[in-house]
Design a protein around this ligand. Structure first.
Ligand code: ADP
Ligand code: ADP
Length: 229
């Protein structure tokens, strides 16, 4: 399984060229997409997540259970295997984690009540929110909210997980905890993490790319990449 991104360009209606020929090959594991504000990270993430179309280019998720998914022409196929945590993920404040995740599981098509109960429990355990499951999400810290965001993104066992700038505003302990959670998910899926924080990609990402002004400046293993700078 690989995610192949080839020659993506995108100019918005206001004339901003957000993507300027982005090509990348991403393997299973945690991939760090590093770049300053305005570099084009969210544009790239939204394009991969089938939320907007590029002007040019190709995105193929190769060898998913023996099949290739052409992301731009088969968005529904991609969505079946996608987990997405957008940058501006909002949670409903007056609801607890179990109730909300249960509702989201229904929307994901998990209609069997017993199965749903198991899925919800497993996910909340996995992101370490089981003890806080009955608490209103409004009382969650930033880190807890982001971990809840991961739990909802994991509904349906995605093979491609996209997490857009999740660590902004987290304290160092929560950041580490969150990155370790993502690295664990990389055992069985492609996990793409976008960030403007260099430290986020240094330790746990198996692969990385640096993007600026819609162009990939370099890509590779974090240690190799650091030597190239
Ligand atoms: P387009 O329609 O240009 O292909 P989108 O559908 O992705 O691109 O964008 C929809 C609209 O969202 C834009 O036309 C713009 O008005 C607005 N928008 C969202 N984010 C921004 C931003 N960062 N800067 C300017 N406009 C924005
Ligand atoms: P990053 O996530 O790295 O901060 P973005 O992809 O959000 O970068 O933005 C790249 C550039 O495109 C910025 O100049 C931003 O203002 C612009 N932009 C982003 N989304 C839109 C949009 N929907 N419409 C117009 N311009 C946008």
């Amino acid at each position: 399984m690989n995610l192949l991104i080839d020659g993506l360009t995108k100019t918005y209606d206001n004339g901003v060229k957000a993507l300027n020929g982005v090509s990348l090959t991403i393997e299973p594991g945690l991939f760090g997409l590093l770049g300053p504000n305005g570099a084009g990270k969210s544009s790239l993430m939204r394009t991969i997540a089938t939320l907007q179309l590029p002007d040019q280019g190709r995105i193929v998720m190769q060898d998913v259970n023996g099949q290739d998914i052409d992301v731009l022409t088969q968005p529904d196929e991609l969505r079946k295997i996608l987990g997405y945590l957008p940058q501006d993920f909002g949670v409903y404040p007056r609801i607890d984690a179990v109730t909300l995740l249960d509702h989201l599981a229904v929307l994901k098509g998990i209609h069997n009540g017993k199965e749903r109960k198991e899925v919800v429990e497993t996910l909340l355990q996995r992101v370490n929110l089981w003890e806080a499951r009955k608490k209103n999400l409004s009382g969650y810290s930033g880190g807890m909210r982001q971990r809840f965001g991961i739990a909802q993104a994991l509904l349906g066992n995605p093979k491609l997980i996209i997490v857009d700038e999740p660590t902004a505003g987290l304290d160092p302990a929560e950041r580490n905890r969150f990155l370790n959670l993502l690295a664990g998910l990389g055992q069985e899926a492609i996990v793409i993490l976008s960030t403007h924080i260099v430290e986020d990609v240094q330790e746990l990402c198996a692969q990385m790319a640096i993007i600026n002004k819609g162009t990939v400046l370099l890509s590779g293993h974090p240690l190799d990449a650091v030597q190239m700078v």
